[in-house]
Write a protein that binds this ligand. Structure first.
Ligand SMILES: Cc1ncc(COP(=O)(O)OP(=O)(O)O)c(N)n1
Ligand SMILES: Cc1ncsc1CCOP(=O)(O)O
Ligand SMILES: [Mg+2]
Length: 310
């Protein structure tokens, strides 16, 4: 029972149980920052999650989940890393059954090619890639509209599901399959604008980089949740350190019920360990766009993914 009431013992027990896979920081005196409760499980878990390298908002989120888990089960078990949605304050799972759920997409989106223009979108769609994204960066509305329409035209006659990154209004206007938004993109939208995407029947994918962002994403009941960057990537400046596969696996267990996408620095060597986390989709830019033969590479990745899910 002392382990249930002694924050220091709780912290040590969590680090001992999970330090190997998450990589415990060696400095014993890492500050956990502010505590929002005096509960020993919460305090011990916050200290432990900080020592395990989680950023402050995620350590807070996890600490509350550890506390909620202990309350729900009536015991503190250091081996039981929180993975029950209700312990994180998430609403009822599966999210597809909620009144505010976005239109559903396949649970396993498979190989997901994130592409810089409509020409690439057409090329990878014709190569049989099941999920493609137009990630076209421009500030010019007319250029964006033209490219988004071209991407929608480019997947016609293929089975590819086309997500449009960022440009949700153009995506609605062009009749794309879905939209992908990052946390900042989502924060910039008024609830009525999020509802506009929902009402138009487009699927919504949301980027996340840790537990707190998953809670934020879950609040809009998106069609899928992307998690990254799994590994270092040169393609995008990331505000958070690479998550690694141990965290990705923990995220995937929490978010069972959502289609899940891993992204960031994934290459052919790393693909098996990413798939082993249970995510149903792997999103890549350079692995395809910089490949010597993108069509052959796509075919190899799709075969590897089919074999892994068989
Ligand atoms: C599948 C997928 N996951 C993550 C991202 C990144 O989106 P975001 O954080 O909005 O960053 P930008 O791509 O807009 O720079 C993505 N595009 N696709
Ligand atoms: C857009 C984006 N969002 C998170 S990582 C990333 C880039 C992924 O590119 P790559 O697969 O080349 O590392
Ligand atoms: Mg974005």
């Amino acid at each position: 029972m002392s382990a249930f009431t002694d924050a220091r013992a709780i912290s040590h027990a969590i680090v001992a149980a999970h330090g190997l896979r998450f990589g415990a920081a060696t400095a014993a005196a890492i500050s956990a920052g502010r505590f929002s409760s005096d509960e020993p499980v919460y305090r011990g878990a916050k200290q432990a999650c900080t020592a395990l390298g989680f950023i402050a908002i995620d350590a807070e989120c996890l600490a509350r989940a550890w506390q909620a888990q202990a309350m729900r089960t009536g015991a503190f078990d250091a081996n039981q890393w929180p993975e029950t949605p209700a312990d994180f304050g998430l609403r009822a799972f599966p999210p597809t059954e909620r009144g505010d759920a976005f239109a559903p997409c396949p649970e396993r989106l498979g190989l997901y090619a994130v592409l810089p223009d409509a020409q690439w979108v057409g090329r990878m769609a014709r190569a049989g890639v099941p999920t493609v994204q137009l990630r076209f960066k421009s500030d010019d509305a007319a250029t964006i509209e033209r490219e988004v329409h071209a991407a929608v035209d480019a997947v016609r006659g293929t089975d590819a599901l086309l997500f449009i990154n960022d440009h949700w209004q153009a995506a609605i206007a062009a009749g794309a399959y879905g939209v992908h938004l990052g946390q900042e993109d989502l924060d910039a939208l008024a609830p009525a604008q999020v509802q506009q995407i929902r009402d138009a029947g487009l699927r919504l994918g949301v980027s996340t980089h840790g537990y707190a962002e998953m809670v934020r994403a879950d609040a809009v009941s998106p069609s899928y949740i992307a998690m990254g960057a799994v590994y270092p990537t040169t393609l995008k400046r990331m505000a958070t350190a690479p998550q690694g596969v141990a965290r990705l696996a923990a995220y995937a267990r929490l978010l069972r019920g959502y289609p899940q996408v891993g992204i960031g620095g994934i290459d052919a060597m790393r693909l098996p360990e990413v798939l082993a986390t249970g995510v149903g989709s792997v999103a890549v830019v350079r692995a395809l766009v910089a490949a010597e033969d993108p069509e052959t590479t796509a075919a190899q990745w799709m075969a590897a993914m089919s074999a892994a899910s068989a």
